[in-house]
Design a protein around this ligand. Structure first.
Ligand code: URA
Length: 206
């Protein structure tokens, strides 16, 4: 059985004092657009880089774009995105208060999460978080959680629990697509959504 990497091996410290310029964000987006660090860059129509605020309080991080996202060049605009948007509006976040992105920027074939692509995208994800400086990161699904905190797995234990991490608040949830697959997951999605809403209300973010 391969050893799980430690958090320090997986994730560098994210500095939150960084001064941000729009030129920097544009440069990052252009680099992602041109990226060929893994084979997915030649297979996708468009990378799905980011949607939402550039000053989010809450950052939702999913796994990888699907067909709808590949066409639109935006994360979470298909069926899973509709469920996520319902949750976001349900917890009371305004458009200016949240952003959505993925661990992997380009669509993998058969929508299979690729560790090679996640590794290639990791510096982009780190720079996105460094730029956006959210107050809270909400990971969506096992692969998104594993990209940050493999030490918190399994998902059934991690989902719905807030922790402090690298100067951020960290809240794992199951993937919205999983909520469409079983009643048990749907209940879990809704329950953890309520927990998130009460945490945000307490923190004054919503
Ligand atoms: N699933 C994801 O993890 N991300 C998307 O953008 C769409 C579906």
């Amino acid at each position: 059985m391969p050893r799980l990497p430690t958090v320090d091996e997986v994730w560098p410290l994210v500095p939150r004092t960084h001064r941000r310029s729009l030129a920097e964000w544009t440069r990052l987006n252009r680099e992602i657009d041109r990226c060929r660090r893994c084979p997915l860059g030649d297979l996708r129509a468009h990378p799905a880089i980011h949607r939402g605020s550039l000053r989010p309080r809450v950052l939702f991080v999913g796994e990888a774009p699907g067909a709808a996202e590949d066409r639109a060049g935006l994360p979470f605009v298909g069926a899973a995105g509709k469920r996520l948007d319902q949750l976001i509006h349900g917890v009371g976040l305004l458009e200016s208060e949240f952003a959505v992105l993925n661990v992997i920027k380009c669509r993998p074939p058969q929508n299979r999460f690729s560790l090679e692509a996640a590794e290639a995208c990791r510096p982009f994800l780190a720079r996105q978080i460094e730029f956006l400086q959210p107050m809270m990161v909400v990971t969506l699904g096992v692969s998104a959680l594993s990209a940050f905190r493999p030490d918190l797995l399994p998902m059934t234990a991690a989902a719905g629990h807030i922790s402090r991490w690298r100067g951020l608040r960290f809240f794992p949830m199951i993937h919205p697509a999983a909520a469409a697959r079983s009643l048990g997951f749907l209940r879990r999605w809704k329950r953890d959504g309520k927990t998130l809403a009460s945490i945000l209300a307490r923190l004054g973010a919503a």
